[in-house]
Design a protein around this ligand. Sequence first.
Ligand SMILES: NC(=O)c1ccc[n+]([C@@H]2O[C@H](COP(=O)([O-])OP(=O)(O)OC[C@H]3O[C@@H](n4cnc5c(N)ncnc54)[C@H](OP(=O)(O)O)[C@@H]3O)[C@@H](O)[C@H]2O)c1
Length: 231
Amino acid sequence: MGGAGPERIAITMNVLLFGASGMVGQGVMRECLLDAEVKRVLSIVRVPAGRADPKLREVIHKDFFDFSEIEGELSGYDACFFCLGVSSAGMKEADYRRVTYDITLAAAQLLARLNPAMTFIYVSGLGTDSSECGRTMWARVKGKTENDLLRLPFKAAYMFRPGGIVPLHGVKSKTGFVQVTYKVLGPLLPLLYWLFPHYVTTTEQIGRAMLKVAKQGAPKSIFETADINRM
Ligand SMILES: NC(=O)c1ccc[n+]([C@@H]2O[C@H](COP(=O)([O-])OP(=O)(O)OC[C@H]3O[C@@H](n4cnc5c(N)ncnc54)[C@H](OP(=O)(O)O)[C@@H]3O)[C@@H](O)[C@H]2O)c1
């Protein structure tokens, strides 16, 4: 299913968030909590984040391959921002696919059934392979994940493909080598963002773009980095 029309769809919005402890998820959470049109945020996590906000509720869940135990919590949401994911570095295809594809589809299939009016936004990455048969393992797996998400009966589904991401407002990656890279690049990051707007975005831009697309819809379902920045 592609994007809905450009009209405004909701004055207040209830948001479901996956991956809130990660770099992208922390940024998206921040923007959701700051947005006056977001009424409630439900974050599904393995470990409590200990963050307190009147709009926020966390559900602790251990098995991300099966959400049936918490099914009763997952209805009544207008949007799902799916920021959960891992780096493929050092991973075998089967293991990477299990986290990237199996977890995402386990959540999305259930959510589409429970919330047919939901907008689902998935974070994949720059270079994702929609043909599913290219040479790069992670890109094929993300491509298959995107394609199958786009077939689910959501109101609308959008695939966000960021390249480099500048973490703002104290956001940190959970992936050791990514965090070290960002620390080393430090002051260069804003410059990279300014120099390469087609390849680099920020955690803030991703969160804001997700909210805008969820509220207003968009004429296309795949968002490259430049599209995210333009939103
Ligand atoms: N960071 C970048 O520069 C970048 C660039 C382009 C695309 N992306 C994509 O953006 C997405 C998020 O990346 P990120 O940088 O935010 O990653 P991150 O900082 O490493 O965070 C990963 C998130 O996924 C969750 N997670 C990982 N494995 C899980 C599992 N088996 N079960 C449940 N939760 C699990 C983690 O939860 P726990 O706290 O429970 O571990 C955490 O919330 C990924 O798909 C990535 O490919 C990232």
